[in-house]
Design a protein around this ligand. Sequence first.
Ligand code: PEP
Ligand code: MN
Length: 335
Amino acid sequence: MIVILKENHTPQQFESLCGWLRAQKLDIQVNKGYRQTVLGLLGDTTQLDADLLRALEIVEEVKRVSEPYKKANRKFHPANTVIRVGGAEIGGGGEPVLIAGPCSVESREQILSVAHSVKEAGAKLLRGGAFKPRTSPYDFQGMRAEGIELLLEAKKETGLPIVTEIMDISQLPLFADVDVIQVGARNMQNFELLKELGRGSKPILLKRGLSSTVKELLMSAEYIMAGGNAQVILCERGIRTFETATRNTLDISVVPVLHELSHLPVIVDPSHATGIYRYVKPLAVAAVAAGADGLIIEVHNDPEHAMCDGPQSLKPEVFAEVAQMVRNVAPFAAR
Ligand code: PEP
Ligand code: MN
C-alpha cells in the first residue's frame, strides 16, 4: 500500500501517523520527493482500513499496490534512482552511460589495451569477465581471481571503474575492490546469491534471465533491495524466442516498460542480445532511442582470436563509432 502525504503537513502529524502505522506491525519506507512525501507500507496491509487512512488530515491519497515488488516499484518511489559509480551517473535521464570491454579477461596486454581504447572512445566503465558461465565445461572458464587482479590493474591505469560477474557467493571476498558486481542471466534467480548481495552496498548489475519475464526480473531486483541494497541496475540482454537468426531476441519494449514500472536504471546489452557484431550498432542506437540509461557492449582488440564471444565483439574503432552514434541519438531519446 502507498500513502501520499499532503505537501504542508507538520512533523507532529507525520510522527503520529508513523507511530500508528508501526503499531499495526507495518514497516514504513519513506520517500521524500521535491514536493511530495510518499510512504510505502510493507507487511500485511489487508487489515488496514484504507478509508480511515484516507480521512486523516495529513493524507492526500492511498493506493493499494498489487505488484509484489514494493521496493523496486515506481509507485513507492516516483523519482528515478541514479547510481553513481566513479564519475558516471547511471539513470535519471542523463547521458547514456557506456560500459565496454571484453567478454573475458584473457591477459594483461589484452585488458589494458581494450581498457585504454574504450576509455578513449567515451566508455565510463570497463567490463570484463573473470568468472565465466559457459554452456560447456570444456570451454574457457575465465581467469578467475587473476582476472579480477588484472581488471583492478586496468582500473588503476585508466581510472575506469570495473564491472565483473560473480557466479557464486564464495567468490564475494574477491570482489572487495570491484565497483559494480554483475549477476549474469543464468544467475538471475539464484536467490541465495541475490540475498547475499542485498546485504552489501555495492551497485549490482542484474541481467534478465534467458527466459524470464519482466515481473521475474523485478522480483529478483526486489530480493537484492529487500536486504537493504537499493543500488540495482536492470539489464536487458535478449531473451529466448523461436527466432534463431540472432543469438537471442532483444526485447526493446522492456526499456519503456521497466521505466514505467520501476525507478531503477535500465541498460541494454546489444552484444549478447544479437551474438553478431554487425547488429550491435543498430541495436545500441535503438536501445538509446527507446530511453535506455546505458549500454554494456563487448569490445575486443582481436575478436577473431577471442577466447569467448568473439563473433559479437566489436573492434575498438567500431566501438568508437557506436559511441559517437549513441551521443548523436541521445538528445532525441524517448523518455
Ligand atoms: C556477460 O556479460 O559476459 C554474460 C555472460 O552475459 P549474460 O549473463 O547476459 O549471458
Ligand atoms: Mn560474453
